[in-house]
Design a protein around this ligand. Structure first.
Ligand SMILES: *[C@@H]1O[C@H](CO)[C@@H](O)[C@H](O)[C@H]1NC(C)=O
Ligand SMILES: *[C@@H]1O[C@H](CO)[C@@H](O)[C@H](O)[C@H]1NC(C)=O
Ligand SMILES: *[C@@H]1O[C@H](CO)[C@@H](O)[C@H](O)[C@H]1NC(C)=O
Ligand SMILES: *[C@@H]1O[C@H](CO)[C@@H](O)[C@H](O)[C@H]1NC(C)=O
Ligand SMILES: *[C@@H]1O[C@H](CO)[C@@H](O)[C@H](O)[C@H]1NC(C)=O
Ligand SMILES: *[C@@H]1O[C@H](CO)[C@@H](O)[C@H](O)[C@H]1NC(C)=O
Ligand SMILES: [Zn+2]
Ligand SMILES: [Zn+2]
Length: 465
């Protein structure tokens, strides 16, 4: 048996394994064909069945629909991949044969996915270590993992994901809907910057509609297509540095701001090929530019999902094999240089969340929502209030209530991007402290939109946004 056929057999073996173990979670069509013709003599058939998954990817408008590239998008293809891939990887782990693993990855990238092979290999190379670890350490079965990672089944089906924050033993004050201030009240102007995503490899004139998730970085435009524009391009591209610089310079001259909310995602979307050094270069370079353009302005910063390398993976302290301190140290230096009080450092080093008093009576709380999203695979090992961040938030909201402060919350991902239990707990907190939370400001969506929170009992009554 050639090596390739052996791996194909493995894939087929999984598919059947998947079917018997997790019948409910398996999409019908592809599995049916395997069932009708189980692995006996004709390995080609198995190959065809599995390449059925490939068509799911072809359906997606763009490879950007891949979750790790975009963050928010759901695709059926990912669930298929998870259902097939999870038992596959668990089996490879059990076999513990690194050459076999390499070959499986290579074969997979070559045969099974309509994705630029280099992108696939690059992503596999970046993520496979973490994925293996997570599958080894997670106390979950395959269905639970796919539910948590890609919401393939409702998370509420699994009691293991349910947890509750605890509130101080103080009754909720009577709700006081906000009143518009008198026109003569003093005002603060706030600039909100988010998701700058600068591509330092941007090349004007290069191919803007390439087969990778991020383009405008090289290659000749196809005949009949125009090349990447000088200032940017609405096809699959991030912006060049000079555009980011010109934009914020213009903003700084056009209006007077008192301070800035700055909610993360500085690096570009070439997530299949990013190193820690790349991310640090982006963070340091963009922040130095901002410090020059806005001298003496305080930036209240929050961390995005793209600052880590690999993107989205923010290990919690219970993970022994990875450590995010390299990033949090850089963020603490950068954020304090951009105006945060020096006493936020310890909190930033701990988890890249902190609180600071903006003005007497106005407190800012910056959250690290990478500890809430399913994109952060480390949470599959333990998703219960990572680093106790929500409990910490309650502590500060109670402090603010006791001291008659109002609070602005900033963060990168909105709570609608969180794992279900996290999102519900967040909702409960916003309900309890509706008089104290005066506003919430998020990034990540790449769209201007409002999200409204409603009372948990009187679901017609808005309480926050
Ligand atoms: C896998 O094999 C390596 C040696 O190649 C060994 O050191 C390691 O302990 C093995 N891991 C498991 C889980 O068996
Ligand atoms: C990753 O980027 C480096 C340059 O930073 C380049 O040499 C390499 O070819 C890239 N790899 C892939 C898979 O794109
Ligand atoms: C969390 O609280 C809800 C009610 O608010 C309750 O139904 C659920 O059982 C609680 N879960 C745990 C794990 O305590
Ligand atoms: C920045 O603040 C320092 C000290 O507070 C002051 O001397 C300097 O003129 C300020 N620079 C600008 C550009 O406002
Ligand atoms: C990560 O590294 C920092 C500094 O190097 C260290 O203080 C911390 O204990 C490490 N965390 C883990 C979980 O190993
Ligand atoms: C998960 O993390 C929470 C909070 O960090 C901790 O209280 C809990 O014991 C952990 N659960 C497990 C199973 O390790
Ligand atoms: Zn973004
Ligand atoms: Zn983001």
């Amino acid at each position: 048996m050639s090596r390739n056929i052996y791996i194909l057999t493995l894939f087929g073996f999984f598919a059947i394994n998947v079917f018997t173990v997790q019948a409910r979670s398996i999409p019908e069509n592809s599995i049916k064909s395997i069932l009708n013709d189980p692995l006996n003599d004709d390995h080609r058939k198995v190959l065809h069945a599995i390449t059925g998954y490939r068509h799911r990817f072809e359906q997606s408008a763009n490879f950007k629909a891949l979750r790790w590239a975009l963050g928010d998008e759901q695709t059926a293809g990912l669930c298929d991949l998870c259902d097939i891939g999870t038992p596959l990887i668990r089996l490879l782990l059990e076999l513990n044969d690194t050459t076999l693993i390499d070959e499986a990855v290579n074969l997979f990238c070559r045969e099974y996915i309509l994705l630029d092979e280099n992108v696939c290999l690059g992503a596999a190379h970046e993520y496979i270590g973490a994925v293996f670890q997570v599958l080894e350490l997670a106390p979950l079965n395959n269905r639970q993992i796919c539910s948590l990672a890609f919401e393939c089944q409702p998370q509420t089906d699994f009691p293991i994901f349910s947890w509750n924050v605890t509130f101080p033993d103080k009754p909720k004050p009577t709700p006081q809907p906000p009143q518009p201030p008198s026109p003569s009240s003093p005002k603060l102007n706030i600039l909100h910057l988010s998701d700058i995503h600068v591509d330092f490899s941007y090349k004007p004139g290069s191919q803007a509609d390439c087969s990778q998730p991020l383009c405008c970085r090289g290659g000749q435009p196809v005949p009949g297509h125009t090349g990447a524009g000088f200032w940017g391009d609405y096809r699959n591209c991030d912006i060049p540095f000079w555009t980011a610089q010109a934009l914020v310079k213009y903003a700084s001259q056009a209006e007077e701001f008192d301070f800035i909310y700055y909610t993360g995602d500085l690096p570009a979307h070439n997530v299949w090929n990013q190193s820690r050094a790349d991310q640090l270069y982006s963070i340091n370079t963009i922040n130095s530019m901002l410090a020059t353009v806005f001298p003496n302005k305080t930036f209240y910063s929050a961390v995005g999902n793209h600052e880590a390398a690999p993107c989205n993976l923010y290990p919690t302290p219970n993970i022994r094999t990875d450590n995010i301190s390299w990033l949090y140290e850089a963020l603490a230096d950068n954020w304090i240089r951009l105006g945060l009080p020096a006493d936020t450092r310890d909190s930033i080093l701990n988890g890249a969340f902190y609180t600071a008093l903006v003005r007497p009576g106005l407190r800012l709380i910056s959250l690290n929502m990478n500890y809430c999203t399913s994109d952060n695979f480390w949470l599959i090992i333990n998703s219960t209030d990572p680093l106790g961040q929500l409990q910490w938030l309650i502590g500060w909201l109670q402090y603010a209530e006791d001291h008659e402060e109002k609070v602005h919350i900033i963060a990168h991902q909105p709570p609608s991007s969180c794992l279900a239990a996290y999102s519900w707990n967040f909702y409960k907190i916003v309900n309890r402290y509706e008089n104290t939370i005066a506003g919430q400001f998020f990034g990540h969506a790449h769209a201007e939109e409002l999200k409204v929170f409603y009372d948990e009992v009187d679901t017609q009554r808005p309480v926050s946004m």
